[in-house]
Design a protein around this ligand. Structure first.
Ligand code: DX5
Ligand code: ZN
Length: 217
């Protein structure tokens, strides 16, 4: 099975962003966390910064929107060239409309759920999405501990994916380390976001290779 390692630049040095994007060139995608201080109690950056990140990144962008009103904002990230744009199920009443717009522009559409959100109501929407993100921490901050209690959601998604035959990526984000990546992979995840365990390791390239090997084990 193909696996993907997506380092989160939330743990990069924001004033050395080009350098820190270069440091993860061996990864699959650069995970870009957009926070609006409303949907989550933290603030990062918006389309102008993500546009510049897109210009200089050696690998495609996996944009994770932790914002209200994705109907308004999500298409802009697809238009600036993001490979995938993921928004939260909790932030909109019409996830299908947002997903269709993203696909129309040419981005992969992703749906994210917070740790406390049930996945069952969204299983039938699987054909509308290219990836589903199961948060393994409360969104908002890097460096938190992995919540193993959400693993049954991945098992449900993996079973639904197999039954449907759809090629939907199952992503996890939060607290991913050499140990927890094994637990998430066993539950069915194939796409792994890792911020602090990559950037705080002192050797991002080695950390990416280690995570890749652990996910395959
Ligand atoms: C948290 C973000 C994550 C964050 C993960 O809300 O969505 O992408 O960067 O950081 P770590 O890997 O340190 O938990
Ligand atoms: Zn994220």
């Amino acid at each position: 099975m193909a696996i993907r390692i997506n380092p989160s630049i939330l743990s990069a040095d924001f004033v050395n962003m080009e350098r820190d994007l270069g440091a993860i060139a061996t990864a699959d995608l650069a995970h870009v966390d957009v926070m609006d201080n409303h949907f989550v109690p933290n603030l990062t950056f918006g389309p102008q910064m993500v546009g510049r990140i897109q210009d200089v990144s050696p690998i495609p962008l996996d944009v994770h929107l932790m914002i209200e009103n994705p109907e308004h904002w999500a298409p802009g990230y697809a238009e600036l060239g993001a490979y995938s744009v993921t928004f939260h199920a909790e932030s909109t009443d019409n996830p299908v409309a947002v997903a269709r717009r993203l696909r129309e522009i040419g981005a992969r559409a992703g749906l994210a759920v917070k740790p406390g959100t049930d996945i069952e109501p969204y299983l039938e929407l699987m054909p509308e999405f290219d990836q589903i993100l199961v948060m393994t921490v409360e969104p908002g901050f890097g460096g938190q501990s992995f919540i193993p209690d959400v693993m049954p959601k991945l098992e449900l998604l993996d079973a639904a994916r197999k039954k449907s035959g759809l090629d939907v990526w199952l992503q996890v984000d939060g607290g991913i380390t050499l140990d927890t990546i094994v637990i998430a992979a066993e539950a069915g995840a194939d796409t792994f976001v890792a911020g602090s365990s990559v950037y705080n390791s002192g050797n991002p390239e080695k950390a990416i290779a280690g995570l890749r090997a652990a996910a395959h084990s």
